[in-house]
Design a protein around this ligand. Sequence first.
Ligand SMILES: [Zn+2]
Length: 359
Amino acid sequence: MKTSDKHAALAAATLTDPRWAAVQARDARADGTFFYSVRTTGVYCRPSCGARPARPENVAFYDSTAAAERAGFRPCKRCKPDQPSLQEQHAAMITEACRLIENAETPPTLEQLTKPSGLSPFHFHRVFKAVTGLTPKQYAAAHRARRVRRELDRGGSVTEAIFDAGYNASSRFYEVSNQMLGMTPSSYRAGGVDHDIRFAIGECSLGAILVAQSERGVCAILFGDDPDALARDLQDRFPKANLIGGDHAFEQLVARVVGFVEAPALGLDLPLDVRGTAFQQRVWQALREIPAGVTVSYSDIAQRIGSPKAVRAVAGACAANMLAVAIPCHRVVRNDGGLSGYRWGVERKRALLAREAKA
Ligand SMILES: [Zn+2]
C-alpha cells in the first residue's frame, strides 16, 4: 500500500470511531471510559486533554491505560491519564464530605468539611454544589429528612421518627416537614398524594433514559428504547403524583445522572428518594454496598441481609428496583455466574458489567 493510502485508511478508522467525536469535543464526561494515543508524540491522553488536536491518522483508542502502555505509549504530562482525573478527585473528596455529614450528630461546619480537601471554603462549596446539586447545608437537611423517612417506612410512629432523626421538638419538625419530605408526614405514609415529580428523558449509550426527582431526591432512573413508554412507566409507578416535564436546571441534573451511568465508578452523590417495603430497602441497601467491577449472586445478597432462604424474594426486590445503576441490581448474577435477568434488558446488563470490569 502507498504511504498516502495507508494514512487515509488509518484516518478513516479514527473518523468513523464514535470516540473520535469525544476527543474533538474534549468531552470530560468520556474521561475514564477510554484513552487515545498519538503516534507522532508517543503519548496517550484522556479524552478531555487540552493538548493540540492530533491528526486522525495518528490516533488509536484503548480501553485502559495498561493497554495504551502495552502498545508502547507513555502518559501525557499535561492530562496525566495514569492518575485520577480532576473529576474523580472531586468525586472522591465530595463523597468523603457526604460521609462526614451523614455520620455527624450535628451538621459539621463548612470549615470542618473543607479541611481534609485543602481547598478554600469558597472553592469547596462550589465543587460540592457542582457534584451534588446541593449546598452542604441542603445536603445535611436532605440526609436528616432521609432518616425520618426511613423511620416512617419502618412503620414507626411519626413522633418516634422525629426523635430518632435528632429533632427534639415536634413542632419544629412540622414547620419544616413540608420542605423536607415534600409533603407532610401523614400524607407521605398514605402514599404521596398529589406531590410533584419532575422528570426528563435523555439519551445515553444504553438508549433512552428517564430521570425523575421528587422534592426528596432522585426517585426513578429508567432505561428503554421508547421515550413514550418510559413516561407511561413513570406514571404507573407514581399514579398519584403530579408529573412535570423538566426545566433547564433539571436537564443539568439529568446530564449528571447520564455521566454517572456512563462511568458508574464515579458514584452518584445525589440524594435518592428510595421507595419500597422494609425488605426491599434492605436488599437495595445491600446492593449499594457492591462496588463497581464486582458481581455477587442472589444467594450472597440473601445471606448478607440475614435472610439466607429468601433468594427468590431478593430476585423480586431486584426486579422492583426503580433506580437503575444508582441501586446496582445489574451487579447481581446467577450462582454459576450467568447473567440471569435484568428489568431493563439483559443486553444493557451485559454492557454495564463489561464497562465496569474494564474500569
Ligand atoms: Zn494529554
